[in-house]
Design a protein around this ligand. Structure first.
Ligand code: GRF
Length: 229
């Protein structure tokens, strides 16, 4: 993605954000995009759930929103996805961020947006793909947990890793406490990943991300803060 990527040469990358729920990661992206000089702007927030709380947040920020209820497409997933792409492209979207979008996507959609479609997942991938990551991390007794922003591939929670953050798992952690700690890290990681992509600092090679320059490489690893003493 280095070189001719949109967002370089002073142009701001036009981003679409897909949500299904509260939209706190979307909010983090909105706030980042509002910062002077940020290389991306959100052209559309699209939800498959009409009552997603994130839609209100987006409207309050003055961002265009759309609802595309997958149930209206019966079980025709390709038709739903064609409609998604039509909405996104109709709004001039060049790059898509999944932010708690709770639909699995087919190879056709993922292929259409290849290396222009990113997701945030609440674990250090490839550990804990799928749902209930915090409960499973506690059950596994891991000392570190965290989150990942990655390019999307057809397999679930799979694809070249852009940014990861680790957080400690502390004695006595509940699922909710751990989820909150990870979520705070998510809100740092997602804007950073979008920035790196929009600046053309991320190149996919052999299903791995190559980050341009040491600064980007360092930025993409958010270390756990010291916990004890
Ligand atoms: C986040 O934990 C994200 O990692 C996962 O879904 C959750 C969405 O939360 N993919 P929010 O809607 O961004 O608050």
């Amino acid at each position: 993605m280095v070189g001719d990527v949109a967002g370089v040469n002073g142009r701001r990358l036009r981003v679409g954000v897909l949500i299904s729920g509260r939209g706190s990661n979307m909010q983090a992206l909105i706030e980042a995009c509002a910062r002077p000089g940020f290389p991306a702007r959100i052209a559309l927030v699209l939800s498959n759930e009409a009552d997603a709380a994130g839609l209100l947040r987006a409207k309050e920020a003055g961002i265009a929103t759309r609802v595309l209820d997958h149930r209206g497409f019966k079980k025709d997933r390709p038709a739903f996805e064609r409609a998604l792409t039509a909405e996104l492209e109709g709004a001039g979207v060049e790059f898509v961020c999944l932010a708690g979008f709770m639909r699995l996507l087919t190879e056709t959609f993922v292929g259409h947006w290849r290396d222009r479609l990113i997701n945030i997942h609440p674990s250090i991938l490839p550990a804990f793909r799928g749902l209930d990551t915090h409960r499973r991390a506690l059950e596994a007794g891991v000392r570190l947990h965290g989150c990942t922003v990655h390019f999307v591939r057809a397999a679930m929670d799979d694809g070249p890793i852009i940014v990861q953050a680790a957080v400690p798992v502390l004695p006595g952690d509940t699922e909710a406490a751990l989820a909150a700690r990870v979520l705070a890290a998510e809100h740092r990681c997602y804007p950073l990943a979008l920035k790196l992509c929009a600046e053309g600092q991320v190149r996919v090679k052999g299903e791995r991300c190559i980050l341009a320059g040491v600064a980007a490489q360092e930025a993409a690893l958010i270390n756990p803060p010291p916990v004890l003493g």
